[in-house]
Design a protein around this ligand. Structure first.
Ligand code: GCB
Length: 596
């Protein structure tokens, strides 16, 4: 008879325990544990990882992470999965896109890989960074649980200075994409619920002092730089060579701020000027490329660098027919090239934080961005845990992208029911956004009272820009009502039409005319544009949407698992006629701007 290990002792009990997840649900990897990584050289941990889907959470119940790497013939008890051998998948990836049998899989999946490192020199530190994992990610190193993160679209870091030993180590990630009512987003969304480690994974080494945060911005006519460090250091140095800046700033409890008397050239879409900034503290060094500009609202108007602004936009999801939520630089460049062809100066990155490279490229190419967290439809607004999760996702997004001049709007929600609990929840989010970043505008897609034909949403009073999703010609019938809404609403702040559009199936399956035909889609765009041109308070539009995107809930013969409101098909190549309609409208607006 083989001798049993400790693990086997509780074998029966672990089958019956339904609280098995509790010890792992700390959410201790959050905005506070992020480190600043721009300009750092990390070690990429992308590539093949061992992989297993685990619908029943057998791995957490049986503690697969405690198993040691052993040859099968040396194991002393039966096993249900061996993390050290078997199937592999590439990281980053979405499992749905790898095998048909994983297409609708929702649950836990295990990723395992080895990592060999040297002994850390005295006092130095190591951090693992995961660009994004959908939705709950638990991290284990050499069998020990290190922590978990909630939120499928923001990065997180975990310090592994003590957990990694010199020589070979094993990293295991348990990623769970199950939709639950208390998550952000909750169960019901109009985009596909991909799963997996779908952004890059890296390991960073730092001195004992690590720069956790860097925020450089133009505020009240001055360039302000805030530095946050963790570890021993009493001062930081900020260098912006092109502006002749080389300043030291004192750190108090790990935080310091400097106010620079310089006059940078202003960043704008037609002049995307960026400056190299270098920050040092306690031997740690980071770099960023930062643009300086202002964005304001005055009354119902928007101003960029003091100039009136109209947002010629388009909405976009992070979705690819073949790669799911995985994004590449080529994909992003193609997206911006299409937006450029349309005549856009603005993109709404719906409905969750997109890859950080999107804003980096927008900075470089000169596009304005709306970034968003997935507080979408009916969130569990009364639940304090849900609120904590949403607030953390917002902080993580802001800390990741607050140096991007392209980002002008943080959007905190989309079409949520106007209840007391929601108002309270959303006011919490506006407080977080203003605390993290007082230099940008806050928006949300608000509600219309269709009986009274009026924008009517208590949240509107607490945000800077009212987002309005309206589907006249598609879900709503009578275009004249849109004018009526305009007349009845009399908004006291800028309104952006954050969505409008219609489905159009351009494939061989598409109808000749009527709903879901590309000719009907074109007519809706024509009518929308004619109507919107008559609404004086609209300060921008971002129609729905650049590309067709995958979604479970759209299953008619034309949709076939896709939302087909794209101006371009899911192949990201075929342009539908409505593309030209919007392009002509934007060309006209640009020509008017030139004359003015
Ligand atoms: C909306 C939602 C968006 C949907 C879109 C649609 O109002 O905000 O997520 O995809 O409508 O196509 O119905």
């Amino acid at each position: 008879m083989l001798e049993r290990s400790d693990l086997a002792e509780n074998a029966l009990q672990c089958l019956h325990d339904e609280d098995y997840d509790r010890p792992f649900n700390l959410q201790n990897l959050n905005a506070e544990t992020l480190i600043f990584t721009r300009g750092r050289q990390g070690l990429s941990l992308d590539g093949d990882w061992n992989f297993c889907v685990d619908l029943l959470d057998t791995g957490l119940r049986q503690k697969w992470f405690s198993m040691l790497p052993e040859a099968p013939e040396d194991r002393i008890e039966p096993w249900d999965y061996d993390p050290y051998q078997g199937e592999t998948v590439p990281v980053p990836s979405c499992w749905q896109m790898l095998k048909e049998k994983w297409y609708f899989f929702e649950g836990s999946a295990w990723y395992t890989r080895s990592l060999t490192v040297d002994e850390l020199a005295g006092g130095r530190r190591r951090f693992l960074r995961i660009g994004a994992a959908q939705y709950d990610c638990k991290v284990f190193i050499n069998g020990a649980f290190i922590g978990n993160h909630y939120g499928g679209s923001t990065p997180f870091c975990v310090e592994v200075s003590d957990a990694l030993r010199a020589g070979e180590n094993w990293i295991m990630l348990c990623v769970n994409n199950t939709r639950t009512l208390d998550r952000v987003p909750m169960r019901n969304t109009d985009w596909f619920n991909y799963g997996g480690v779908y952004r890059e994974v890296s390991l960073y080494e730092t001195p004992a002092t690590v720069i956790r945060g860097l925020f450089a911005r133009l505020s009240e006519g001055r360039v302000k730089v805030t530095v946050e460090v963790d570890g021993p250091s009493e001062a930081a140095r900020v260098v912006i060579a092109e502006l002749g800046v080389d300043e030291s700033l004192a750190l108090d409890l790990g935080r310091g701020e400097v106010d620079l008397d310089v006059s940078p050239e202003l960043w704008a879409p037609d002049h995307p000027k960026l400056y190299d900034i270098r920050v040092e503290a306690g031997g740690d060094v980071v770099h960023d490329r930062v643009g300086f500009r202002t964005i304001e609202r005055r009354g119902t108007d928007l101003y960029l660098n003091g100039q009136p602004l109209f947002l010629r936009g388009i909405s976009v999801h992070e979705d690819d027919e073949l790669r799911g939520k995985c994004t590449s630089e080529a994909d992003l460049r193609q997206r911006f090239a299409h937006a450029r062809d349309l005549g856009c100066n603005f993109l709404r990155l719906a409905h969750y934080p997109h890859h950080e490279m999107a804003a980096e490229l927008a900075d470089e190419l000169g596009f304005l961005l709306w970034e968003e967290i997935p507080v979408y439809w009916a969130i569990d607004f009364a639940n304090p845990a849900t609120r904590r999760d949403a607030e953390n996702q917002l902080r993580e997004l802001i800390r990741r992208d607050r140096n991007r001049a392209s980002v002008i709007i943080w959007s905190i929600g989309n079409e949520n029911p106007d209840t007391d609990a929601r108002l309270d929840f959303m006011r919490g989010l506006t407080d977080v956004a203003r605390e993290e970043d007082p230099t940008r505008l806050i928006s949300a897609a608000c509600l219309v009272n269709h009986a009274r034909l009026k924008i009517e949403d208590r949240l509107a009073r607490h945000i800077d820009v009212i987002g309005l999703n309206e589907y006249y010609g598609w879900y709503e019938e009578n275009f004249d009502e849109l004018i009526e809404i305009g007349r009845n609403s009399d908004p006291d702040r800028p309104v952006v039409i954050s969505e409008t559009g219609a489905d159009g199936d351009h494939t061989v399956h598409g109808p000749e005319k009527g709903l879901f035909s590309i000719s009907y889609q074109r007519e809706v765009y024509e009518k929308q544009i004619e109507t919107l041109s008559r609404l004086s308070y609209i300060r921008g539009i971002s129609p729905w949407i650049l590309y067709d995107f995958r979604v479970e809930r759209r299953q008619n013969v034309f949709q076939r698992g896709f939302n087909r409101k794209g101006l371009i098909g899911a192949d990201k190549t075929t342009r539908k006629p409505a593309f030209e309609v919007l392009r002509a409208f934007y060309e006209g607006l640009k020509a008017k701007d030139d004359i003015a």
